[in-house]
Design a protein around this ligand. Structure first.
Ligand code: PGA
Length: 248
């Protein structure tokens, strides 16, 4: 399967800054076919800008969150239909920063994933353990519990999701999981997907957490690492393109 390299800009950017960043990425790609599928997940106010800049290019775009509700009196929420209006291909759901700082539960994350799929947008479902959970030997149990909630909600559509394994202790810390540590968890997730869908091989399982231009190749060489979800390094065109090139 072709790997998928997705950028997560988090709460960064500006109209002028985004334009410069995206134009630098497009210029860096030139007319070449990128070594991996690419996507950029931006804050909601910039989706129209990404659509205008990326339409017709090799880079897809998406959002960083979506409401679990279809529409109505949910002040501040953004629906999947709205994401669809701006031709989003992807939406991140259940990022650890949403789980940690916004109290998102497994059940809510599952509802968001289900809502995204129903609306025709591919959810990038994030799972991952904290440092305390890893040290307590709970890594497998935690990621399996988080993924199980989503599988339960999306049922026969499980093969259409993207999963991102993001150990919380590796996000934005400069501490990456070793390729072996990451592969071990990815294999657990693949086995769990195999029990839930006839096509587990169709599901991209991305690694995220301080993936950068220097460590991407060794992570992406692992058999069950199908791409990356890139935070900090997606804010620099050269670094992001280098990670994409590492996928070949
Ligand atoms: P990072 O973030 O690459 O900056 O560690 C990854 C993420 O949170 O998706």
């Amino acid at each position: 399967m072709r790997k998928l390299i997705a950028g997560n800009w988090k709460m960064n950017g500006s109209l002028a800054g985004n334009e410069a960043l995206v134009k630098a990425m497009l210029a860096g790609l030139g007319n070449a076919v990128p070594a991996a599928d690419m996507a950029l997940c931006a804050p909601a106010p910039y989706l129209a800008q990404l659509q205008a800049l990326l339409q017709g290019s090799a880079i897809a775009w998406g959002a960083q969150d979506v409401s679990g509700h279809e529409q109505g009196a949910y002040t501040g929420e953004v629906s999947v239909a709205m994401l669809k209006d701006f031709a989003c291909r992807y939406v991140i759901v259940g990022h650890s920063e949403r789980r940690q700082y916004h109290g998102e539960t497994d059940v809510l994350v599952a509802a968001k994933a289900q809502r995204a799929l129903a609306g025709g947008v591919t959810p990038i479902v994030c799972v991952g353990e904290t440092l305390a959970e890893r040290e307590a030997g709970q890594t497998e149990a935690v990621v399996k519990r988080q993924l199980a909630a989503v599988i339960h909600a999306v049922a026969h559509c499980t093969s259409e999701i993207v999963v991102a394994y993001e150990p919380v202790w590796a996000i934005g810390t400069g501490k990456t999981a070793s390729p072996e540590q990451a592969q071990q968890v990815h294999a657990v997730l693949r086995a769990q997907l195999s029990a839930a869908t006839q096509h587990p091989e169709r599901v991209h399982i991305l690694y995220g957490g301080s993936m950068n231009a220097a460590n991407a190749a060794s992570l992406l060489a692992q058999p069950d690492i199908d791409g990356g979800l890139i935070g900090g390094a997606s804010l620099k065109a050269a670094d992001f393109l280098q990670i994409v090139a590492s996928a070949s």
